[in-house]
Design a protein. Structure first.
Length: 360
């Protein structure tokens, strides 16, 4: 009997010790977030073909943007991010993966990656993630303007591969990765790979953030691409904030003989002026210059290429998690790439838009 009591006592102490040890482990982190956006747009040229940027290809129509659900979970050194989008915006974003995105019923995996904290300063991630290049993002609630810039629309959307995020100092970070060709989640075994990199400077004691981004590789058709990109933000005071994005992208067709090869390029520059007059009311002015002299993107049918100057004024009214965005935009091109309602060509197009965006 005494031996039995001693055994039970020992087992009880072991169970308590195990329970205390289990309770002392950090609880797994779990987060569920999401967003939805809808809009109405009217083109003053009375057609939908004037839209040359992403996600707002409509005229005189109420449109559904995208519903997103994002799950994040982490325990000890590992974590996972799964971000799924539903709607026309999701289909346009994953245009290589989604059949007939114009139907508006598309579902797409926007992001899906697993991460491991290799050391205190190095995190490895494997999967698919939104691009590090550029100022704007696919989720409408993360942008001040609802319509997108030319640089966002003709740059990369996402990358699939492996990357390392490195903390160099308290204010200096870096990223380097190896990816599939741009905007492809799946490729053949003999496909080429892209190299991506970022250097970030974001000191906590100053209102300045600076990111230098780079991307290079050969696509599935054998075209060599290099893109350099810079993003800078400066919060002048509580009311006024400034943002800047500049990018330069070159292309070289390696399928031709070396004697016949020539570089083609496009580049762009945009300034964002953000004003928050109160916690509820603000506005953003975006001015963008987009140069496509080699006809790679917008001016493919124009001899000698061209350029576009675009100005966008977006107001925002916030009521909790809901943001209402009235917007007015004017695009002026160097050639007649737009069309009036009667069919005559035009160098100018303008739009009015009203969007509602909700996130949690």
């Amino acid at each position: 009997m005494k031996r039995m009591l001693t055994t039970l006592f020992a087992l009880g102490n072991a169970a308590v010790a195990w329970s205390q040890s289990a309770d002392s482990l950090p609880a797994p982190g779990f987060r569920l977030s999401g967003s939805a956006d809808v809009y109405y747009k009217y083109n003053l040229n009375n057609n939908y073909t004037d839209n040359k940027t992403s996600f707002t290809n409509s005229h005189n129509s109420f449109e559904l943007g995208m519903v997103s659900l994002k799950v994040e979970h982490g325990f000890k050194k590992g974590s996972i991010v799964a971000d799924v989008g539903f709607g026309k915006r999701a289909g346009d974003f994953s245009y290589n993966d989604v059949p007939a995105p114009s139907t508006g019923l598309s579902m797409a995996i926007k992001q899906l990656f697993v991460s491991y904290q290799l050391t205190e300063k190095i995190k490895l991630s494997l999967g698919s993630y939104a691009t590090h290049v550029g100022y704007e993002l696919v989720d409408a609630y993360l942008n001040r303007n609802y319509s997108m810039s030319y640089m966002f629309s003709y740059g990369p959307f996402f990358h699939t591969g492996v990357k390392a995020d490195i903390t160099l100092t308290s204010s200096l970070s870096a990223m380097v990765g190896v990816f599939n060709p741009t905007d492809l989640k799946s490729v053949t075994l003999n496909s080429h790979k892209y190299i991506g990199a970022q250097l970030g400077f974001a000191p906590a004691e100053t209102p300045v953030k600076l990111y230098l981004n780079y991307l290079e590789g050969k696509d599935t058709l054998g075209v060599q691409n290099h893109q350099a990109d810079v993003v800078a933000t400066y919060q002048v005071n509580k009311v006024l904030g400034l943002g800047y994005n500049g990018t330069y992208s070159t292309y070289l067709d390696t399928r031709t003989s070396k004697e016949e090869r020539s570089n083609a390029s496009w580049w762009g520059s945009a300034l964002y002026v953000n004003c928050d007059f109160t916690d509820k009311f603000g506005l953003t002015v975006r001015g963008e210059y987009f140069s496509d002299k080699d006809g790679l993107k917008v001016f493919g049918a124009v001899p000698g290429g061209g350029d576009v100057i675009a100005g966008t004024l977006s107001f925002s009214y916030k009521a909790g998690n809901l943001t209402i965005i009235p917007e007015f935009r004017v695009d002026k091109a160097s050639a007649d790439i737009f069309t009036r309602s009667g069919g005559s060509p035009s160098r100018i197009t303008s739009n009015v838009l009203l969007a509602a965006v909700y996130h949690f």
